[in-house]
Design a protein around this ligand. Structure first.
Ligand SMILES: Cc1cc2nc3c(=O)[nH]c(=O)nc-3n(C[C@H](O)[C@H](O)[C@H](O)COP(=O)(O)OP(=O)(O)OC[C@H]3O[C@@H](n4cnc5c(N)ncnc54)[C@H](O)[C@@H]3O)c2cc1C
Length: 386
């Protein structure tokens, strides 16, 4: 058998790539991580790590947690404020440059090789050897993990993840927050009436606030206006430190994400939940599944990541496709849903238990389904009577 430079090459040093690389290197495989930017690098992201995502972290990340959150301040277009305080923190806020750097250092400590400032520009395969090219170098490997985010080059070069849906989200880093957020410590603000078919968030990051908007529709023209309306109504426009936009994958539809020795993980595979936009949990989860399959294949002397595809289809996709249905009904009936959680706050608390990892979405779906039926009924009746 021809020799290769590495057992595994991982393209991208985000949470999916670094955690997969750490597991593979710890198992004794030779691993190379290729990252386009020098590290640490800014990543446009709310940096909300749910407790279920925290449980999937390979190391203690408390050194980079800027705030622990146990309270949601929910609003409908700046009005009807409701406050939900959970029994313990369900979310931990980080800056992604700090988190990602910590996870990459962990991969290196486990034995992975890291080359930064190396943008991958091509991927080719000859029999069971995969070649990965940057502008100046070319490496060979048996397995390739595409962890290169939503606009993945590995996906494009290998015809994987075809038809993945994308939306745009905006993230502004702001010096101050709306006063009612500052008033409630350990809280985040979610306003699901501030943006059509999406929501606005305010996440405290100790020395500043991450304020962003995302809409689950392809019409992105209004996003900037919606965010600016919010910022100006709180006199925060002059406090913006940095403003960025970034694509977000939109999971739910079945996609081919593995072929031969190549597999996509995290955003490259489109694994973001299409209701709240949580992606870090699925990045860690898919990285874990892919690493486990690479280790198994290596032990068996095989090079077929179809087994990883099967695991994602079995363990992750049912939840994403369910949430894609919930999305349609929730964001299409915001006023009704808002009155529902005002009357029955336990719905919100059930949602927080899911983010905590105490419950899974599939457990609450039967109840949600009944609510959605009623909601559709009320919607048609109110339409009928004008
Ligand atoms: C505005 C916004 C807010 C969000 N907020 C949250 C949130 O609060 N909570 C949450 O769970 N999720 C959130 N997400 C989603 C989350 O950011 C992603 O799901 C997560 O970053 C996916 O991790 P990843 O490792 O798959 O990819 P990424 O984090 O995107 O990492 C990909 C890495 O690959 C590198 N790369 C790309 N191309 C190449 C190349 N050709 N060669 C070499 N390297 C390359 C990139 O530089 C990057 O370091 C948000 C997303 C957006 C856009």
């Amino acid at each position: 058998m021809l020799k290769v430079d590495y057992d595994v090459i991982v393209v991208g040093a985000g949470p999916s790539g670094s955690t997969a690389a750490a597991r593979l290197a710890a198992a004794g495989l030779s691993v190379l991580i290729l990252e386009r930017y020098p590290l640490p690098r800014y990543k446009t992201c709310g940096g909300g790590i749910t407790r279920r995502a925290l449980q999937k972290m390979p190391i203690d990340i408390s050194s980079v947690v800027r705030e622990s959150i146990d309270t949601v301040v929910a609003q409908n277009d700046g009005e009807k404020t409701q406050i939900f305080t959970h029994k313990r923190p369900f979310m931990f806020l980080v800056m992604r440059d700090e988190l990602d750097f910590l996870l990459t250092q962990h991969a290196v400590n486990c034995g992975a090789n890291l080359q930064t400032d190396e943008s991958v520009i091509d991927v080719t395969t000859e029999e069971d050897i995969i070649y990965v090219a940057t502008r100046t170098k070319r490496f060979s490997c048996r397995f390739l993990l595409g962890a290169d985010g939503v606009n993945s080059l590995v996906a494009r070069k290998t015809d994987l993840s075809l038809g993945k849906q994308k939306i745009l989200a905006l993230e502004y880093e702001v010096k101050r927050a709306p006063t009612f957020v500052e008033k409630h410590s350990h809280s985040i603000l979610i306003d699901y009436g501030a943006v059509p078919h999406g929501y606005l968030w305010v996440f405290p990051k100790r020395d500043h606030f991450s304020i962003g908007v995302g809409s689950f529709t392809p019409n992105t023209a209004d996003l900037q206006r919606c965010l600016k309306v919010f910022l100006s109504s709180h006199d925060l426009l002059k406090d913006v430190l940095q403003a960025r936009g970034h694509h977000l994958s939109f999971g739910g539809a079945p996609l081919q994400i593995a072929r031969g020795g190549v597999a996509l993980i995290g955003d490259a595979a489109g694994l973001v939940e299409p209701f709240g936009g949580e992606g870090i949990y699925y990045a860690l989860y898919s990285g874990e599944l892919a690493a486990a399959q690479v280790i198994k294949q290596t032990q068996n002397g095989t090079y077929d990541m179809q087994s990883y595809q099967d695991e994602v289809d079995r363990l992750i996709m049912p939840e994403l496709s369910l949430l894609s249905k919930v999305n349609g009904v929730f964001y299409g009936n915001i006023n009704f849903i808002h009155s529902l959680i005002t009357r029955y706050p336990q719905f919100m608390y059930k949602g927080l238990e899911i983010l905590e990892g105490e419950k899974s979405y599939s457990k609450v779906y039967p109840v949600l389904n009944r609510v959605l039926h009623v909601s559709r009924g009320i919607h048609s009746i109110s339409h009928y009577f004008g």
